[in-house]
Design a protein around this ligand. Sequence first.
Ligand code: GTP
Length: 643
Amino acid sequence: MTCIWIFLKTYLVFLLLFFISWHSYALIVEDSTVDHSIEKNIASALLLTNATQKKAQLLTLLNKQTVNVKQRLLLLDSITTHYYLQSNFNDALLFAQQAVTLAQDNYLPLAAANALKSVGIMHYLKADIDIAIDTYQEALSYYNTTANPILSANLLNNIALAYSKKNDWVAALEHFKMADAIYQEHGSTMDKIDVKYNMAGLYINLGLASNAIDILNEVIKERQLINDESGLFMAYADLVVALKINEQYAQAMSLSEKVITHYRAKKDNYNLSSALHNASDLYMKTLQPIKTKAYALEAMTLAKQVNHNDTYIGSLHTLSKAQLALGELDLALATIRTSDEHLKTLKNENLLTVNDGIESLLLMAQGEPLKAIALYQQFIVDTKKYNNENFNSQLSKFEANKLKQELLNLKDQKQLNALARENDRQFKNTLFTLMLCTIIIAFLLHRKIKDKQVKVFLEQQINIQTSELKKANKKLLAISYIDGLTKVNNRRCFDEDIQSLWNNKESSNNLCHMLIADIDYFKAYNDAYGHVAGDKALTKVAEVIKSNIRREDKIYRYGGEEFVILFSNCNAELAISTSQRILKKIENIEIKHANSSYNVITLSAGICTLNLSEVHSIEAFIEQADDKLYQAKERGRNQLCYL
Ligand SMILES: Nc1nc2c(ncn2[C@@H]2O[C@H](COP(=O)(O)OP(=O)(O)OP(=O)(O)O)[C@@H](O)[C@H]2O)c(=O)[nH]1
C-alpha cells in the first residue's frame, strides 16, 4: 500500500513538472514569433507629436518584412488616422482599403469590419455617400458575425447620417431607430447622447430648428458633464446652424465665434472650414458683407485643402453675394461662374437657379442687357421650377412634421416601453408575492386542517384508549378482587370489605355475621387424589357456597382451603340456618374422599355475629369466628359451631 502511495506521489510531481516546463516552452516559442523591436518601434512612433515624422516612421515600419499581420493592421489604421486628421481623405482611404484586404485575406472579421468602417467614413467625407452606405453595409455584415451589438449600432448610426446627407429622411430615421434600439439595451451614456445628437442633425435637415435647439441644449449639458470636448464643440457647431435657421442671429454669432476659436486652436481645418462658412452665412444674413467675404474666403481656402466640397461650394455662393453687396461686380460674376461649374458637376439645381438670378443682376449692372434679359428669363423659368420645388419643400416640411410626430412617438414609445417593462416587472413581482402568499396560506391551511384532523384523530384515539384503559382498569380491579381458581372474592376483597364494614359499624344498623369454613382433611385429599383434583374440589365447594347465599351476602376465599361468608341485614338464625344448609349441601354432593371419616368432602365452620360491646377490632371479630371453627374441628369436623 505504502509503495503505491509513493509511486502515485512521484507520478503527480512528474506530471506537474512536465506541465510547467511545457507551458514555459510554449511561451518562449510563442514569444519568438513576435518581433518585440517592431512593437516597441510602433509604440514610440505613435507617441511622436510631429505629424510628418510620425507618418514617415509608420510608413517605414509598414515596409518591414518582419511585421506580422496584427502589427501591419495596427500600422495601417494609425496611418489612416494620421491622414484623416490631416483631412487627406484620399490617402486615408487608400490605407484603410489596404487594411480591409489584409483583414479579409487573413479571415479577421472584426478587423475587416473596422477597416471597412474607416473606408466608409472616408467616402462619406469625400461626399461619395452611396459608396459610403454600401461600404458601411458590408462592414455591418461583418459586425453581425462578431455579435457585438454596440459596433453594429455605431455603424447603423453612420448609415443613418449618410442617408441624412442624401436627404433620404425615411431611411435615415429607420437606421437611427435601429441604432437607438440597440443603444437603449446595450449602449453607454455616451452612445445614448450620440443618438440624441444625431436626431438633432435630422431635425436641422428637416428644418425643424426649434426641436433641434432643444435637443442640442440637452446634448451640450450632458457632454459638458462627461467632459467630451470634441463632442461638445460639434454640438455647438450644429447649434449655430439651428439658431441661424431659427433667425436667432445674435446668439448664433457669439456661439459661432467660440466654435471658430476652438477649431483654430485645435488646427482642425475640416471643422474650422465649416464653422467659418456658417459664420460667413450668418454675417451675410445680418448684412455685414465685409465680414462675410473675409470668412467665406478663409472657409473656401481651408475647404479646398481638406476636400470639404459642401463647404467650398456653400462658401463660393456666400462670397458671390458679399461681392455683389460690395459692388465688386466682376469678382462676383467670376465667383458665380466658378460656383456654377461646381454645382453643375454636383447637379445642384436649386443653387444653380439662385446663381442665375445673381448673375443676371450682375450682367445688367455691367451694361449687357440682352444677356441679362436672356438669363433673367431663364431665371424666371427656373424660379418657377424652384418655386415648385419650394412647394415641394413645403410639402416635405409637412412630411417632416409627420416625421417629427413619428420621432416624438418613438420617444413616447420608448417611454411606454420603459413603462411597460416597469409594469411588467411590478406585475411579475406582485404575481410572485401573491403566489408566495398563496403557497404560504395553502401550506398553513393544509397544516391547520392536518393539525385539526390529527387532533380529532388523536382525541378519538385517546378516547378509545381511555375507555379501553378504563375497561381494562375495571377488569383489572375486578380481577384484583377475584380469586383466580374459584372465581369467588379473594382475601384482598375480604380485607377491604371488612374494613369498610368496621368503619361504618356505628352509623349503620346493619346486623352482620361472619362464617369461616375449612375443608376437612384437605391435605389428605391432595395427597390421595393430587393437587389438580384438589383444585377442582376447591372450585366445586366455592360454587356450592356461592349458589346457596343471598345476593346481599358475600363469599370470599380466605386462604388455601378456607372460605369466609359475610352475612348482612339478616338475623343470626338465618345466617346459621343458611350455613348449616351449605355444609349439608357439600356433604351431599359427595366428592369422594377416602381418607376422611365421612368418605366425602365435608366442611367445618364457625360463625359469629358482630357485637360491638364484645369485639373492639377486626382481628378480634375474625378470631371469634376462627375459635368457633376450631371448636367444630375439635368436635369431629363436618359441623358448624356458633356463638
Ligand atoms: N389442591 C390444593 N390444595 C391446597 C390449596 N390450598 C391449600 N391446599 C392444601 O390444603 C391443605 C391444608 O392442610 P391442613 O392445614 O393441614 O388441614 P387439613 O389437612 O385440611 O386438616 P384439617 O383442617 O385439620 O382437617 C394443605 O395440604 C395445602 O397444601 C389449593 O389451592 N389447592
